[in-house]
Design a protein around this ligand. Structure first.
Ligand code: C2E
Ligand code: MG
Ligand code: MG
Ligand code: MG
Length: 287
């Protein structure tokens, strides 16, 4: 930007750079305190079985509420937390809180659905991630098959062999592995046969307006075929319109997530939604 625009622009450019890195440093300082100050909380977004429209899973989404910064979106604070490695502590906190929440729901008589937790690359590259998770599962007596780990393709691709061993270990214990934002990362699909996987999540960019964008349709069709060939479950994310849903149903996608069906919500709201669904099921079951 500053190139070829003279000294004034260059100074402005440098000032901007300085302001950005100052903002980052300030955010980093606040993030370091945030776990202790109890500034994080979780939101939950249900995943639905497309055919029955019943809730079959829940994705956990991290939220940060800071006194000065307000509610900061994860797209802004997670990169900063990764750069400073604070994400390791935060990520551990998310895993534990997700388990604690799901167990609390189960104790309240609600169905215990699989909880999908997003992992950052740094977390997966810890040599003891499998032990950390195994220890959390033991400590809380949390059933491993109610935990799904969401990773992106790029996490799997770099440093692939140690990551594969970790995932194999986790999967042997019953934990499920899901590839998030599928289709946006690497075009080398060889990892699909080498890695122990359970779920592909079709990225929102392929889902949005699929009914009016014919060039997207063969992409989603291919992803559906890939999932079938490798025996993986499919989730389409970012469904905002009824017409998109119809299209996904025709293509054979089973599970969907998106603002059309439910936005990310508080634990309290999620509990109410699960309870309402349970009541409906009871009524339907009555003679
Ligand atoms: P993601 O894992 O792909 O999560 C889906 C994002 O899409 C969420 O944004 C969700 O609110 C949003 N979304 C869901 N349905 C719709 C829809 O119909 N339309 C649109 N426009 N958006 C929809 P959110 O909560 O802002 O999270 C953004 C990203 O931050 C996540 O993308 C994930 O990569 C990351 N993230 C969130 N929580 C965590 C966490 O605990 N740990 C790590 N490492 N990353 C996290
Ligand atoms: Mg995700
Ligand atoms: Mg995603
Ligand atoms: Mg994403």
């Amino acid at each position: 930007h500053a190139k070829n625009h003279g000294k004034g622009h260059l100074a402005e450019f440098n000032a901007q750079l300085g302001a950005d890195s100052l903002r980052r440093m300030a955010m980093e300082r606040k993030l370091k305190e945030a776990v202790r100050r109890d500034e994080f909380f979780l939101n939950f977004q249900p995943q639905f079985d497309l055919a029955s429209r019943r809730i079959v899973g829940v994705e956990v989404l991290l939220r940060w509420q800071n006194e000065e910064l307000g509610l900061v979106p994860p797209g802004q604070f997670i990169p900063v937390a990764e750069q400073s490695r604070i994400i390791l502590d935060i990520g551990h906190w998310v895993l534990e809180q997700a388990m604690v929440q799901n167990l609390a729901w189960a104790r309240a008589g609600l169905p215990m659905l699989p909880m999908a937790v997003n992992l950052s690359a740094l977390q997966v590259h810890q040599h003891d991630l499998d032990e950390q998770i195994a220890s959390l599962l033991r400590q809380h007596a949390y059933p491993a098959d109610r935990l799904e780990l969401e990773l992106t393709e790029s996490v799997i691709m770099d440093n692939a062999i140690p990551v594969r061993r970790q995932l194999e270990q986790l999967r042997r214990s019953g934990v499920r592995i899901s590839i998030d934002d599928f289709g946006t990362g690497y075009s080398n699909l060889g990892y699909l046969s080498r890695f122990p996987l359970d779920v592909l999540k079709i990225d929102r960019s392929f889902v949005t307006d699929i009914h009016v964008r014919p060039q997207q349709q063969p992409i989603v069709q291919s992803i559906v075929q890939l999932a079938r060939a490798f025996g993986l479950q499919l989730v389409a994310e970012g469904v905002e319109r009824e017409a998109e849903l119809d299209f996904l149903a025709d293509l054979g996608v089973e599970r969907v997530q998106g603002f059309l069906l439910a936005r990310p919500m508080s634990a309290q709201q999620m509990a109410e939604l699960l309870a309402a669904q349970q009541d409906l099921a009871c009524q339907a079951g009555r003679p």
